[in-house]
Write a protein of this length. Structure first.
Lengths: 110, 117
């Protein structure tokens, strides 16, 4: 089946620093999505990418759909304490199935 | 737009009882709903996919008779954990996608924390 590798698993950064995380897949996806999950909550959609090569921003967040359709990255610029949480990438195939990466746990020190 | 609610947010039950969790799409018609289970510090594991009016499709390893899923309307799906045991304790999250939303993107509910004593 489709496997997603998300890295890094965790990050400890200082407030104001930029963050980068990525996901790679063994197979092609049609859609890449990035979610953030706060403790005890469901994931919230941050950015959705629908075309290979697409680069999309949402405030301080920027994500790209890789040209090969097998990878995606998420960047967060000028991190703030409320960026703390777990970030999941997800790839969606032809039949609405969605697979999640293992998540990147982000800690931001004030 | 694209709000999904779940009820209850937390439930504690005795071993052997059944628990029903509701998932509702509040402002769109959810043609497809998904149920996930999440273990502590782990990613989401898809349990089943349900389309309105038809039987749910379960992922390999998920017991159909244990986790009953009903998607009776375009705004409501329910997950019933039957004869719950402590190993069923987990965080259950639903998501929904619909015709009116872009490219079947899934929107998640806030989750239900189930604790079986």
């Amino acid at each position: 089946g489709q496997q997603l590798n998300q890295s890094p698993q965790s990050m400890f950064i200082q407030e104001g620093e930029d963050v980068s995380m990525n996901c790679t897949s063994s197979s092609i996806f049609n859609t890449w999505l990035w979610y953030k999950q706060d403790p005890g909550e469901g994931p919230v959609l941050l950015i959705a990418l629908y075309k290979a090569g697409e680069l999309t921003s949402n405030g301080r967040l920027t994500a790209q759909f890789g040209i090969t359709r097998k990878d995606s990255f998420l960047n967060i610029s000028a991190s703030i304490p409320s960026d703390v949480g777990i970030y999941f990438c997800a790839g969606q195939g032809w039949i609405d199935d969605m697979r999640f990466g293992a998540g990147t746990r982000l800690t931001v020190k004030p | 737009g694209a709000v999904v609610s779940q009820h209850p947010s937390r439930v504690i039950c005795k071993s052997g009882t059944s628990v029903k969790i509701e998932c509702r799409s509040l402002d769109f018609q959810a043609t497809t709903m998904f149920w996930y289970r999440q273990f502590p510090k782990k990613s989401l594991m898809l349990m089943a996919t349900s389309n309105e009016g038809s039987k749910a499709t379960y992922e390999q390893g998920v017991e159909k008779d244990k986790f009953l899923i009903n998607h009776a309307s375009l705004t409501l799906s329910t997950l019933t954990v039957t004869s719950a045991h402590p190993e069923d304790s987990s965080f259950y999250i639903c998501s929904a996608s619909g015709r009116s939303l872009q490219s079947d993107t899934q929107y998640f509910g806030p989750g239900t924390r189930l604790t079986v004593l």
